[in-house]
Write a protein that binds this ligand. Structure first.
Ligand SMILES: Cc1ncc(COP(=O)(O)O)c(C=O)c1O
Length: 399
């Protein structure tokens, strides 16, 4: 039967991205229905008792669950290799709920220095004032894994990392880090936003949970906010019933529907983003005005060999440095095709100057400690023609 496919039988994840979790539909619609409803009704009180008593499954209220949102969660589980997933209203919704869950009881959370500015702000504005112990480690130190291992114990809530990191493009060896976390009995959480499940699956190398800003490559069109956490069913169940339901950062059914549409082209887009980013990085590396290029696809990137092992391609994000903040701002101003903006993962190329934008709230010393040089520019390389992008950067960099 055409409408009773079993996605677990597909050989490739490209097929899963397109066919998704299809449920039988009385109208045989090609696309999933959008259940744009806040609540669900019951035929009688007996059925209320069955559903709320847990004897029967059923949707009650869209803050706790919604069929369109469940489909999106199901696709993410299949693409990331998670047993189960929980969607959120944004990446920060997913990250804050996960960190609150894992920090319960005052457990210490370990973060690398190089991490998305919103996650950093959550740590400083919430975790620290709540008394959650926070340990920062520097993955650029040669002995960082040993230092981290000696720090971890049964009271560590989690290690939370990004690879590639935003915006410094640091690559962490996820397999070795997972092994150390497993030995210590500490969950490893990986923010996989930059790679997307098309290029990297941290659960396969031993991470416990993966989080995404679905706003970025999963949606892929810059028209929604969303987030998701995926991993073992018992973690996701408690996260869903607690922070997922009662912090209120629930993904809207319409955004879940847009995500299901965007994900169909995820693999195609990630290939094209990666090709464009590789070409731009090579161009930038040769440019006399550019003092450094951070792209894991370049053979001289310190994480190149690790990235080759753990990613199928190197992705669409890169950052590069010019000699000063004023030149970086001038380059951004001069660009005509590439637009200035803080998001990423869209068909349109975007550039941001972290010192003026995402990391503006940090003082200059803190910025340097977080790996943000004054002349650093971060670029989300879009899907435009490679030649047009190179020409635009070339004219913006010239005197
Ligand atoms: C790596 C990373 N994680 C999480 C987030 C937060 O996602 P959202 O903006 O959807 O809350 C972002 C946003 O830029 C990000 O780049």
């Amino acid at each position: 039967m055409h409408d009773q496919n079993d996605p677990t039988e597909y050989r490739s994840r490209e097929t899963v991205a397109i066919r998704g979790v299809h449920l039988p539909d009385p109208f045989r619609a090609l696309n999933p229905p959008l259940y744009q409803t806040s609540t669900f009704t019951f035929p009688d009180m007996e059925s209320v008792d069955q559903v709320l008593g847990g004897q029967e499954s059923g949707y009650v209220y869209s803050r706790s669950g919604n069929p369109t949102v469940s489909r999106f969660e199901g696709v993410i589980s299949l693409l990331e290799g998670g047993e189960s997933s929980r969607a959120f209203a944004s990446g920060m919704g997913a990250i804050s709920a996960t960190l609150i869950h894992l920090a319960r009881g005052g457990r210490e959370i370990c973060f690398p220095r190089y991490i998305y500015s919103g996650t950093r702000a959550f740590i400083h504005k919430f975790l620290k004032p709540w008394g959650v112990p926070v340990h920062w480690f520097d993955p650029r130190q040669p002995d960082w894994l040993d230092t981290l291992s000696s720090r971890m114990n049964r009271d560590t809530g989690c290690v939370f990392v990004e690879s590639p990191s935003n915006p410094t493009m640091d690559i962490l060896d996820l397999e070795r880090l997972s092994q150390r976390c497993l030995q210590a009995g500490v969950p490893l959480v990986v923010d996989n936003t930059f790679a997307s499940p098309a290029l990297q699956n941290p659960l396969a190398t031993g991470a416990e949970l993966v989080v995404h800003s679905a706003t970025k490559y999963l949606g892929g069109h810059g028209d929604l906010l969303g987030g998701v956490v995926t991993g073992k069913a018992d973690w996701i169940k408690s996260l869903s019933m607690e922070e997922g339901s009662f912090l209120g950062a629930t993904l809207s059914p319409f955004n879940a529907w847009l995500l299901l549409r965007g994900i169909k082209t995820l693999f195609l887009r990630m290939n094209a983003h990666s090709e464009n980013a590789m070409a731009l990085s090579s161009f930038l590396s040769e440019h006399p005005k550019v003092t450094a290029v951070h792209y894991p696809g370049l053979p001289d990137h310190p994480g190149h060999e690790i990235a080759r092992r753990q990613m199928s391609r190197f992705g669409g994000m890169l950052s590069f440095e010019v000699d000063s903040a004023s030149r970086a701002r001038l380059v951004a101003d001069r660009l005509k095709l590439v637009r200035i903006g803080v998001s990423l993962g869209d068909p349109e190329s975007l550039i941001e100057h972290p010192a003026s934008m995402s990391h503006r709230m940090l003082d200059p010393k803190e910025r340097i400690a977080a790996g943000i040089a004054p002349g650093l520019l971060r670029m989300s390389v879009g899907l435009e023609g490679t030649e047009d992008l190179i020409r635009d950067l070339d004219q913006a960099l010239s005197d």
